[in-house]
Ligand binder design. Structure first.
Ligand SMILES: *[C@@H]1O[C@H](CO)[C@@H](O)[C@H](O)[C@H]1NC(C)=O
Ligand SMILES: *[C@@H]1O[C@H](CO)[C@@H](O)[C@H](O)[C@H]1NC(C)=O
Length: 361
């Protein structure tokens, strides 16, 4: 309607009408903005829909109008016999949420589970989860997070699960997880991570699963994984990793699933790996692998290797036998190339290709 009147005004082209019209437009805009404010005034507070569920326990489904206008009051009626202290899970049901309201952890201090996935959150700060000392699971995936302040999780020592996938992180501060000794699952895949500080995962001694895939990591840092002795699942696919440093995974004696497909690996050295008595799956497809150290197969218990779209082998190889006959046959060229590489001749070929790819870039 506004557009229409401006349009008809323009067609008239008289100075008087111009003044009258701008006045009308001004009134209309003021009216609209007063209206918006009054809507915010009514619903600017947070409302909680309390539910009791078998799966999550006593849950608060938060409805917010605008995080900036959130104060310490929460509207909503508790179920009979329940109080704020009984809330175990807080769920955000507001897709425009940009700032995490500190009120969640000021009011629901016993919450163990916060799920604010798929909002528009841009930043996690020191006050975001301060007060939630019993928090076990934090889901912040599918937001627009570019920054997480160093002390953001300092007061959450019980965290077992953090999901930050599908955000816009390029790195993380070094001491972010310093208090997360119980963390078991960390998902930071589908971000824009290029590099991470040396000590980033140092305190995560209980970590079982880490997903770093779909980032922009060009090289792995030995220091990242040094203390992750209990890691079972390591996902590194869809990055730009060119090689695996000596000893990088040797201490991971519980490694079960290892995925590094769609990277730029060319040689699999056994010196990167250890004995890994529980390793089952190695997803190596979509690299440029042309040589594999036979000891990688013989020294691990890996029973399934995916080699699709590599240079020296193709297909998925499953071999549970003790003798590893199937793997030896399927990967023969890779093993032979590795011996040649160590003996000399293939080195030149690899170096030549290295140069040509660098020239192209
Ligand atoms: C790891 O991240 C990738 C990429 O976002 C995703 O497709 C995959 O499901 C994740 N894996 C696990 C086990 O969570
Ligand atoms: C392979 O395992 C043996 C022990 O069975 C160990 O001595 C050797 O260092 C391992 N080799 C590599 C390359 O990890």
């Amino acid at each position: 309607m506004l557009t229409k009147s401006i349009h008809s005004y323009n067609s008239r082209q008289t100075q008087t009408n111009k003044v009258k019209m701008s006045f009308k437009v001004f009134i209309l805009i003021s009216f609209l903005s007063i209206n918006i404010h009054s809507i915010l005034g009514q619903q600017g507070k947070v409302r909680c829909l309390f539910q009791d569920s078998i799966e999550h326990g006593y849950t608060c489904v938060l409805e917010l109008m605008k995080s900036d206008s959130v104060n310490d009051d929460v509207e909503g009626v508790h179920l009979p016999g329940k109080t704020d202290e009984d809330v175990r899970r807080v769920e955000g049901n507001w897709q425009d949420l940009v700032n995490i309201p500190p009120l969640i952890c000021n009011v629901y201090i016993n919450t163990e589970d916060i799920d604010l996935n798929s909002c528009l959150i841009e930043r996690v700060t020191e006050s975001s989860f301060k007060g939630c000392k019993k928090l076990k699971s934090l889901k912040l995936e599918r937001n627009h997070i570019t920054q997480i302040d160093e002390n953001s999780f300092l007061e959450n020592p019980e965290l077992e699960n953090i999901e930050l996938w599908s955000n816009q992180l390029t790195t993380l501060p070094g001491n972010l997880f310093i208090n997360q000794k119980k963390l078991q699952n960390l998902a930071i895949d589908s971000n824009r991570i290029v590099n991470l500080p040396n000590n980033i995962f140092k305190s995560l001694r209980s970590l079982k699963t880490i997903n770093l895939s779909e980032n922009r990591i060009p090289a792995l840092n030995h220091a990242w994984f040094e203390t992750l002795d209990n890691l079972e699942n390591l996902y590194l696919h869809f990055n730009q990793i060119e090689d695996l440093p000596v000893g990088i995974f040797t201490h991971m004696s519980k490694l079960t699933q290892f995925s590094i497909y769609s990277n730029r690996l060319r040689v699999i050295h056994s010196h990167s790996f250890g004995l890994h008595p529980t390793l089952q799956f190695a997803w190596l497809q979509m690299n440029q692998i042309e040589a594999i150290d036979e000891k990688f197969i013989l020294n691990t218990s890996v029973s399934e290797i995916s080699m699709n779209f590599n240079v020296c082998a193709h297909g998925s190889i499953v071999d549970n036998s003790f003798s590893r006959v199937i793997m030896r046959i399927a990967l023969r060229t890779c093993f032979e190339n590795y011996e040649k590489l160590m003996a000399g001749p293939l080195t030149k070929l690899l170096i030549d290709r290295d140069l040509s790819s660098k020239v192209n870039v």
